[in-house]
Design a protein around this ligand. Structure first.
Ligand SMILES: Nc1nc2c(ncn2[C@@H]2O[C@H](COP(=O)(O)OP(=O)(O)OP(=O)(O)O)[C@@H](O)[C@H]2O)c(=O)[nH]1
Ligand SMILES: [Mg+2]
Length: 397
């Protein structure tokens, strides 16, 4: 059975082939990928001094506070001008550490001008304490400038810890009280059904991070959504699944692109045929998978520290041969080992769906081979990443 996400893009290709020939359609796909790789996402992170802006930025980029390239955090006021922190794997995703708000001379519209508000796709306003008037002023001014904001209430772990000392402690009730205070504050300034996200930057995978991710994703334009999904730290099973779905959307186009030109012939195992494959683009795509799922050694090390599980225990569940250096030789090996039966089945299926595929320069089998290989690699890496998360969450795989 095909998953729904596998069929995304089929209509687009069919329409395109109804109006132009295959080489032109391939050119369009090429442009699409160039544009996708160049999409920028600028996130402005603001809030009062000490609220946890820099800590949030580090956690979002999958970094610890003491890692190389991380934003400086601490108890003294550290950030006075907007500082850009590009994501280490996706430098087009930029988190901006903005100056603290709520100082005695704080004026919302001047502040926004000062930080260059046009630059940001949206703002994250972080508060670690009660909702205050300057939060309201800033939120109202952001809306006035036609920008979006997400209100994050940070250091929730500290609220929980403090309340836990009481005999009447109830976790849900504590969270509810904090949430209601901020919502009431935002409603007072006229924000309709405001969203407030309760977060601990120390335990980003808990509380409302999934909800924040879902809301940002829903409200971003499609082309920005893709880069956000790839760059998000792979810290929850929900995010893992979404990354898989997002990467899946490119497989059809990738396979077309590879089969769109005559490239290196690769002989298939147990079949008397060779298929033409653009190995370089596959290497790049597989590296993208590997990074998006946070399977690289540095990410696994950080997950190990956060979850207090030895890194070897996490690595023990990795099964995909892609968990090593992704090279041309490895890709060729994977292509050669692709089941010819699966390739033939896929070729028949896709030709039935898009008859124009018969005119691909590299041939239909070439398309189907790349499709099957990418699909298998994506499934394997997503499963490995899922299993690693399960170990980190201490649940049996
Ligand atoms: N318990 C707890 N502490 C946090 C959290 N986030 C940040 N902190 C701590 O709060 C302090 C301030 O965090 P920063 O990230 O430096 O705050 P900031 O908003 O960047 O501060 P300035 O740069 O001075 O404006 C640090 O000691 C952090 O470790 C959190 O979610 N929970
Ligand atoms: Mg800071």
């Amino acid at each position: 059975m095909m998953e729904e996400s596998e069929l995304i893009g089929v209509e687009e290709i069919k329409v395109s082939l109804a109006f132009e020939d295959m080489p032109l359609a391939i050119e369009r796909i090429k442009d699409y990928f160039v544009q996708q790789d160049n999409v920028e996402l600028n996130i402005g992170v603001t809030g009062e001094s000490g609220s946890g802006k820099s800590t949030f930025i580090n956690a979002f980029r999958g970094l610890g506070d003491e890692d190389e390239g991380s934003a400086e955090t601490g108890v003294v006021e550290t950030t006075k001008i907007p500082t850009c922190y590009p994501h280490s794997k996706y430098p087009n995703v930029k988190l901006w550490d903005l100056p603290g708000i709520g100082t005695p001379n704080f004026i919302a519209d001047e502040y926004l001008k000062q930080v260059g508000f046009e630059r940001y796709d949206f703002f994250i306003i972080i508060a670690s304490d009660r909702f205050r008037e300057y939060h309201a002023h800033l939120a109202a001014e952001i809306v006035k400038q036609d920008k979006k904001f997400y209100f994050v209430r940070s250091k929730i772990d500290a609220n929980i810890a403090a309340e836990q000392r009481k005999k009447t402690f109830n976790k849900e009730k504590t969270l509810d009280t904090v949430r209601k205070d901020s919502i009431a504050g935002l409603e007072k300034i006229g924000v309709i059904s405001p969203n407030v996200f309760l977060i601990s930057c120390f335990e980003l995978d808990l509380y409302d991070f999934n909800k924040l991710e879902k809301t940002m994703e829903m409200e971003l334009p499609q082309h920005k959504r893709h880069v956000l999904m790839l760059a998000l730290p792979n810290i929850t099973l929900e995010i893992n699944e979404k990354k898989k779905k997002e990467l899946q959307k490119n497989i059809l186009k990738m396979a077309l692109l590879s089969a769109g030109t005559v490239a290196v012939p690769i002989p298939l195992l147990n079949a008397a045929v060779s298929v033409s494959v653009d190995v370089a683009i596959l290497v790049a795509e597989l590296k993208k998978y590997y990074n998006a799922f946070s399977l690289d050694p540095a990410s696994l090390q950080r997950l190990s520290e956060r979850s207090e599980k030895p890194v070897d225990e996490l690595k023990a569940v990795l099964k995909s041969p892609l968990n090593q250096e992704i090279s041309k030789a490895l890709v060729i090996r994977l292509l050669t080992g692709t089941s010819f039966f699966a390739v033939k089945t896929a070729a028949k299926f896709w030709l039935g769906l898009i008859p124009g595929l018969g005119s691909l320069a590299g041939g239909l089998l070439s398309f189907a081979t790349v499709y099957c290989m990418l699909k298998r690699c994506l499934d394997e890496l997503a499963q490995d990443a899922h299993n690693v998360l399960m170990v980190a969450l201490q649940t049996a795989v």
